[in-house]
Write a protein that binds this ligand. Structure first.
Ligand code: OAD
Length: 324
């Protein structure tokens, strides 16, 4: 039996019914958005026109304070809901949610395509933020999101704060900024509950999100072009290649059909459930470790790691970019 048949069996038998998804830029390349680190085609190899001192500077607060033009141009290009539409993989994730099989999606993407695919708010954690709200990088005051969008998308200019005059940016998590509290809060609940982890289209180069595969105790399935994590025999699976193509095969095996995309309407209040399996203490310890690791790795962020990670020695500590 192939990987996809085995995976289908897990779902059909009811063994996988609280599925956690960790995804990255690779789930959106099918929509025409480049990923970050694929050599040649990735965004970080194609930023010469902005004259950045190093590629990651485009997502750094201090650089944005001094030279906001690069990020503003990129945001102008990538602004969600204008040029790009959800891929088959996004719509598959929506279907998982519709079928009641989705515990949560942790997406590192800022393209908003999960949201556009209609995945309910309470099922989605946009770990690195989104463009739907904005605030001042100096005084922190919230800015009018519509005005910020107009300034960037229509005028191609840098939005500034009505209170202090500082530069305003969409609430994308830049390097050195903390992830939303909601990420930490929900992950603590979800780790002990997950009975399957799907890792899709990510190089697992950016902490703390990259640590999720090592936190779960369930089976893990990697849908990716590159082998970016250790595959444990009998517990994990690797489905190599283009995720949209593989998801189509998977849908065929399951006999599932994709329904047309709808605008998100479900604003269900999150239920702040507590972990109920007695693992709370262990999860707290894991989180303590994550935060320490992330801070320790902060200094490595400009070290220029940009290669695709398929050739890495998985046994060694990976050099990763870290966010708080
Ligand atoms: P990367 O560009 O680092 O990794 C994308 C991964 O997806 C690579 O392993 C690719 O080989 C793979 N891939 C690309 N297209 C694919 C496809 N169609 N099917 C399957 N696999 C595919 O992107 P992320 O891991 O998402 O931060 O990067 C993490 C973070 O780094 C981003 O969130 C971003 C960046 O700094 C921001 O906040 C903007």
């Amino acid at each position: 039996m192939g990987e996809l048949e085995q995976l289908a069996k897990l779902i059909e038998s009811g063994k996988a019914k609280r599925i956690l998804v960790l995804c990255g830029a690779g789930v959106s390349t099918g929509a025409g958005i480049p990923d970050f680190r694929s050599p040649g085609t990735g965004l970080y190899d194609n930023l010469q026109k902005y004259g950045l001192p190093y590629p990651e500077a485009i997502f750094e607060v201090n650089y944005y304070r001094k030279k906001p033009g690069a990020f503003v141009s990129l945001a102008h290009e990538l602004w969600p809901g204008i040029k790009f539409q959800p891929t088959l993989t996004h719509r598959f994730l929506k279907l998982l949610s519709d079928k009641g099989l989705l515990l949560r999606i942790y997406s590192q993407n800022i393209d908003g395509l999960e949201f556009l695919a209609g995945i309910p708010d309470d099922k989605l954690v946009e770990c690195h933020g989104h463009f739907r709200t904005a605030s001042c990088i100096d005084c922190g005051n919230a800015a009018n999101a519509e005005e910020v969008k107009e300034t960037i998308v229509r005028d191609g200019k840098t939005p500034t704060c009505n209170y202090c005059g500082g530069n305003v940016k969409p609430d994308i998590v830049f390097f050195g900024e903390g992830l939303p509290d909601r990420f930490h809060r929900l992950l603590k609940q979800d780790i002990p509950k997950a009975d399957l982890l799907l890792v899709m289209g990510t190089s697992l180069q950016v902490a703390p999100v990259s640590m999720i595969p090592n936190m779960v105790r369930c089976n893990r399935v990697l849908f990716n072009r590159d082998l970016v994590m250790k595959i444990r025999k009998g517990r994990d699976m690797f489905v190599p290649g283009n995720c949209d193509a593989n998801i189509q095969k998977f849908l065929d095996i399951l006999g599932w059909t994709i329904v047309p995309t709808t605008t998100p309407t479900d604003k269900t209040e999150e239920k702040e459930e507590s972990t109920d399996n007695g693992d709370e203490e262990n999860i707290e310890k894991l989180f303590a470790k994550i935060e320490i690791n992330a801070v320790e790795k902060q200094g490595q962020k400009n070290s220029g790691t940009s290669s695709s990670s398929g050739k890495k020695d998985e046994g060694k500590e990976k050099e990763k970019v870290a966010r708080k």
